[in-house]
Design a protein around this ligand. Sequence first.
Ligand SMILES: Nc1ncnc2c1ncn2[C@@H]1O[C@H](COP(=O)(O)OP(=O)(O)OP(=O)(O)O)[C@@H](O)[C@H]1O
Ligand SMILES: [Mg+2]
Length: 355
Amino acid sequence: MALIEFDRLRKVYPGSTAPAVDDLNLHIEAGEFLTLLGPSGSGKTTTLMLLAGFEVPSAGTIRLDGRPIEALPPHKRDMGVVFQSYSLFPHMTVEQNVAFPLSVRKVPASAVREKVAAALDKVRLTHLAQRRPQQLSGGQQQRVALARALVFEPRVVLLDEPLSALDKKLREEMQLEIRRLHRELGVTMVFVTHDQSEAMTLSDRVAVFNQGRIEQLAAPQRLYDAPANPFVAGFIGDNNLLSGEAESDSTLRLPGGACLHGRAAGALPRGQGATLCLRPEHLRVASPGEADNALQATLLDAIHQGDHWRLVAQLHGSQVTWFAKLAPGALPQGLVPGQTLGLAFRREDAWLFAQ
Ligand SMILES: Nc1ncnc2c1ncn2[C@@H]1O[C@H](COP(=O)(O)OP(=O)(O)OP(=O)(O)O)[C@@H](O)[C@H]1O
Ligand SMILES: [Mg+2]
């Protein structure tokens, strides 16, 4: 049995017609690191707030250990929460902030000291226990918030974009900290982000959200290698798209008549609109005269990015721009913007989706 089960969960905010969360089904296993990933407004925070008990569902059920929890107030759900804004109490010291959830839960004073010390040790902040939040850096404040969520040893920790206010370096450090804590404590973590690389770094599984629904739920590698649809393919990693009509279940006919071959993801009825998806690293510059799975394009730009070249090219016969990622030595000598080049790919690297 899953630790947490969402069963047709739905949330329509008062005064709005479109649901923020739309018939959501989701199982979360004990001890797993699950990330809710999706664009702004896709329902990630709402889902987390429903789970934490700060929002009430319009329909559907949430179960913890098989028991419905909709009627339980937040502090009875055994879940620690880290919000997007730090939301520390400015007038309290670090120590007092971390102790707060224990006082709400009426933990005896003798145990509080010990638990707070242990939580501060876990996030490596023991030396700053007497400071106030405004005397801390962003990363340190975030670690206080994390200690406050962990201090009562909840079974589940919910984190809503906890790192979004941090610069890149600190953010990557904190990602490793969170990974370490997850491993050491064995606690179930549900993490919200709109940053796909953060989701890939941290998660056992990722739920890709779009308009209140889950487009795909899978391990990061699988989302990348076998996206369920163009939305997921476009949201996880870079992706080139091209539309046409299905000629067979492995062939796309372009409006100009040329055909491209790929792998069908799901049924692809002949004559129906279809989209080809291809990662930039799967493109190469075609040899002269190469025609099979090759497209002619005008080079718009070639950008040297240290470990690779990034080509920007406009496909002939369409307004579509594609990106290619080439190894440093793979760019033909003397190729300059404005020139025509062929771009080729292997059929097993391209996905075909019905529209
Ligand atoms: N309190 C509210 N009242 C009315 N509508 C709301 C409320 N909170 C969120 N919404 C709407 O519900 C939808 C989902 O919002 P939600 O905050 O869950 O998105 P999100 O995925 O967390 O986005 P972001 O990445 O921007 O934080 C949005 O359309 C939003 O405008
Ligand atoms: Mg949000």
